[in-house]
Design a protein around this ligand. Structure first.
Ligand SMILES: [Zn+2]
Ligand SMILES: [Zn+2]
Length: 350
């Protein structure tokens, strides 16, 4: 029944024409056909165009196929769209009275921030957030969509390709850590750089870095961070605290693929949009939405939004070399030698 409703075969709006052989309220035996497609708008700087492939239908992971009911582009408003994770195993349906381009910009902003928040243990603007904003952030952190991307090996790997500075937050196995720590300890001994084992807490800046480091957590007790990684985390937080507040610490990565699945009439009511969106969610069984067909907790129906062993699938880059460790020690030395009154006033300015 739902498929028939979504076929919208009696519609005549927004450049669609009813197919003469299919007129009437009820379905005949003819199966749905692709008649319209979504094409890039071609505008310079459009955030969507590069990720759009001309498409006229969408096959969901559960096998349900939907056909676009109107011609569409990045600038078409009042749409229901689907977001697919690069792993190809998880989908999310959403709708907007705006365009796909604005929805993409919003989601990209949030899922990249969530990636930062999950990996580092603290949201970027933590110190400046109001109580309400912190609550909002915690609610978002519980959303299956963001839980998934921040624990999906394919999405994380894609994020790391654009942001190698975050590799230090990806835990390693005991063996990998021991191997890296051995080399590190040898170089520290050879160069008499034992100072690297001390985490100074003289200035406010150093105290803040120490606080942020306590927020970083390991996914399980069998995973660890190497000494090199912990030092890199320290440098990461130090730079983050010194960077301008309007500057993001990462390059935004395009993780989810987005596609319009329904175009609604321009005078459509919000309620109708939500009803159609909900019908799609329940029919296509998207695992990342917070509702599901039988009205129970989606976790009961689809399980956790990600695989708890996610970290095993992340392919670490090669281990640290002697050269990279020497240069790391040099950076830590410079950090430690920074005048101690340098950032003492920081707290008073906020
Ligand atoms: Zn476009
Ligand atoms: Zn995924």
């Amino acid at each position: 029944m739902v498929i028939d409703v979504f076929y919208m075969k009696t519609c005549r709006f927004r450049d669609t024409e009813p197919c003469s052989s299919m007129q009437g309220l009820f379905c005949n035996d003819e199966s749905p056909k692709a008649r319209y497609s979504m094409v890039p708008c071609g505008t310079t700087n459009c955030p969507c165009c590069h990720s759009i492939e001309n498409s006229s239908n969408h096959r969901f992971i559960n096998g349900y196929t939907t056909y676009l009911n109107c011609p569409a582009t990045c600038t078409t408003s009042n749409v229901v769209y689907v977001m697919t994770c690069p792993c190809g195993q998880y989908e999310f349906i959403d709708s907007t009275s705006g365009t796909l381009a604005t929805a993409l910009t919003y989601h990209r902003l949030v899922y990249n921030h969530m990636m930062h928040s999950f990996l580092t243990g603290t949201p970027i603007y933590h110190e400046m957030m109001t109580h309400q904003e912190r609550c909002q952030h915690l609610i978002m952190k519980k959303m299956r969509l963001y839980q998934h991307s921040a624990h999906c090996p394919v999405a994380i790997q894609l994020f790391l390709e654009h942001n190698p500075a975050y590799w230090c937050f990806i835990s390693k196995s005991k063996e990998e850590v021991e191997q890296e720590n051995d080399l590190y300890a040898r170089i520290v001994r050879d160069t008499r750089s034992e100072f690297v084992y001390m985490l100074p807490r003289r200035t406010n800046q150093e105290k803040k870095v120490a606080r942020l480091l306590t927020g970083v957590s390991l996914p399980t007790t069998v995973r660890h961070f190497s000494s090199v990684q912990i030092q890199k985390q320290r440098i990461f937080f130090d730079r983050l605290l010194l960077s301008p507040v309007d500057e993001l610490p990462y390059v935004e990565a395009d993780l989810y693929k987005m596609k319009i699945i329904v175009v609604l009439p321009t005078d459509e009511s919000i309620i109708l949009r939500y009803i159609i969106e909900t019908l799609f969610i329940t029919h296509s069984e998207t695992k990342l939405n917070m509702i599901c067909p039988i009205g129970i907790d989606p976790e009961q129906r689809y399980g956790q939004p990600y695989d708890h062993q996610w970290f095993y699938s992340i392919k670490h880059r090669t281990l640290s070399t002697r050269e990279s460790i020497l240069s790391l020690i040099e950076t830590i030395k410079e950090l430690n030698q920074r005048p101690s009154n340098d950032h003492d006033d920081d707290d008073n300015n906020h």
